[in-house]
Design a binder for this molecule. Structure first.
Ligand SMILES: [Zn+2]
Length: 551
């Protein structure tokens, strides 16, 4: 029992439950440096569903081919248990007709039960940007909502620049909302698009809108973080009566980002006593934050509230023994409530207790000396640049090896990789003229096999060569394939002499896993990650070989 296990008491004026609407895939991907493939998007959606958000805004159909592909593949490739997919679009054009409007037609074609459409709610934008009348501004929203609602869709209206507009011309802002409600919108999404509004203003304005519309439509808030108050504004919006908060994992978004869901969710749940994601899934928050960070290939800010690796890290100092005895006296919430852990600044992993828990979860039994050795090994490896928080499969293999287990499916004697470029100065982006060939020597079933294969890069060539050497001995390998390969240079000051961390994501169609390799040599780092990936795939497919070497 932690001293922080105190149930939050909800003020009766606050909503009992707040819907969590994630827009990482649409608004979040506007952040400079983020470029998601359709596969990345599908995998992020899986993470969001596992976390238990209510809505996943997945993209803008018709705006780019990737989003179209996402919506086409989603029905067969995503099975969502808790979340509802939302397609995003805009209202019809000025003086246009709804039934011949491409954007609206694309929205319907995306085939989601819920759609969200953005439209102007600031008179200045209607008059200056759209160059039309205020009446037409209202009609564009109302007609579009009505058109989508008539098709049976749950329609949310995203009122762009609402707070800025309302501060200058509240009558017009309310007129647009009224038009949307009368046309059948289920949610009024009040947006602080420029992100400069402060919490006191958000609370007042949301309360006025909520008071006016009562139960006719739920009010949602969508808040950018330009004033550094995205999360604070969302809390203010909820105090004002908003029943939905929109935001992104890790606060991704253009400029300074969006309201950070990994902060607002625990704030609402743990501090305000408001229901958000299912209560027993709150502990998934940290793993999801880290997993999504890896998928977007951006290092997660260690100081991120609740989910950062430093969020509950205690540095040894004057109070070290007191902190070690009762860390909860120095923490604002129990770290495990959000899936994070107390950490003394020694190692990335919390140490024995975390490893003992992890071993229990995996059904691995470690005795005392094995556990001590493992802790030492992990500390050394993490110091060298390994990061096991995301490389779940490599960690599991390491833990199994600590018990004396060794994989006996194959033994690698050596490998060699050669890359040739017969025209190095031409076409820098294309791989034309570049060939990579890998040769591997493997002992398998008492036989020494040498295999060579070509690939579009070293990892691909090594993967093919090893598979070719193993032949069809292990059918489980056939379904294993690598889905992503990420490289991060850990010590940029050292240039090409720096240490490279490689992460390989793999799947067998049922499960996905991540493995890691670290080395000053990128091929060696890649090989370690690839080797672990294939061994893990064999472990899943063929089970643990017994100690005598049988399979
Ligand atoms: Zn936005």
């Amino acid at each position: 029992m932690s001293v922080n296990d105190v149930p939050a008491v909800r003020d009766p004026s606050w909503p009992e439950r707040v819907e969590i609407y994630d827009t990482t895939l649409r608004d979040g991907s506007q952040l400079e440096g983020i470029s998601l493939t359709v596969d990345d998007k599908l995998r992020i959606a899986e993470q969001l569903d596992w976390l238990g958000v209510d809505y996943i805004e997945a993209g803008w159909p018709g705006a780019n081919p990737k989003d179209d592909e996402f919506f086409a593949r989603a029905p067969s490739e995503l099975s969502l248990d808790t979340s509802t997919l939302v397609a995003f679009g805009s209202t019809r054009r000025v003086k246009g007709k709804v039934d011949s409007d491409d954007t609206l037609r694309n929205l319907l074609a995306a085939n989601t039960s819920t759609v969200c459409i953005v439209g102007k709610s600031w008179d200045y934008h209607v008059l200056e940007a759209l160059n039309t009348t205020l009446d037409e501004g209202v009609a564009m929203v109302a007609d579009s909502v009505a058109f989508l609602a008539a098709d049976g869709r749950n329609v949310m209206y995203d009122a762009e620049h609402f707070f800025d507009g309302y501060k200058r011309n509240p009558e017009f802002g309310m007129r647009v909302l009224e038009g949307a409600v009368q046309a059948g919108a289920s949610r009024l999404v009040l947006c602080d698009t420029n992100g400069g509004t402060l919490p006191n203003e958000v609370e007042r304005i949301v309360a006025e809108v909520v008071a006016y519309f009562g139960s006719d439509a739920g009010v949602a808030v969508h808040l950018h973080d330009d004033a550094g108050t995205g999360v604070a504004n969302a809390l203010a919006g909820v105090r004002g009566g908003a029943i939905q908060v929109q935001g992104t994992i890790n606060g991704y978004g253009e400029r300074t980002g969006n309201c950070n869901l990994t902060t607002i969710i625990p704030n609402l749940t743990l501090k305000m006593g408001i229901e958000t994601i299912p209560r027993d899934r709150l502990e998934r928050l940290t793993p999801v934050a880290h997993h999504v960070a890896e998928l977007v290939n951006m290092a997660l800010n260690p100081q991120a509230a609740y989910v950062g690796s430093s969020a509950f890290a205690h540095k040894a100092g004057l109070h070290v023994s007191a902190i070690a005895k009762r860390p909860d006296a120095y923490e604002h919430v129990p770290p495990d409530s959000v899936g994070n852990g107390t950490r003394f600044v020694v190692s990335e992993l919390a140490g024995k207790s975390t490893l003992t828990l992890k071993a229990k979860e995996l059904g691995i039994s470690l005795d005392g000396p094995q556990l001590n050795d493992l802790v030492d090994t992990l500390k050394r490896m993490e110091h060298d640049g390994y990061h096991f928080e995301v490389a779940d499969a490599s960690l599991e293999l390491l833990m199994r090896r600590a018990t004396g287990w060794e994989q006996r499916w194959f033994e690698v004697e050596s490998f060699r990789v050669i890359t040739d470029d017969d025209d190095p100065l031409s076409a820098p982006v294309s791989a034309a003229g570049v060939t990579t060939e890998a040769t591997i020597k493997v002992h398998v079933d008492g036989e020494r096999v040498i295999a060579t294969a070509e690939g579009n890069g070293p990892v691909n060539a090594l993967d093919s060569a090893l598979r070719s050497a193993l032949g069809d001995r292990y059918p489980a390998l056939a379904s294993v394939h690598l889905t992503d390969y990420k490289v991060r240079v850990l010590d940029t000051a050292r240039g090409t002499g720096a240490v490279t961390r490689v992460l390989v994501d793999s799947t067998n169609g049922e499960r996905s896993w991540t493995t890691i390799g670290v080395s000053e040599n990128i091929i060696e780092a890649s090989w370690q990650a690839l080797y672990d990936s294939l061994v893990y795939g064999l472990l899943l497919g063929h089970g643990l070989p017994d100690a005598t070497g049988g399979q």
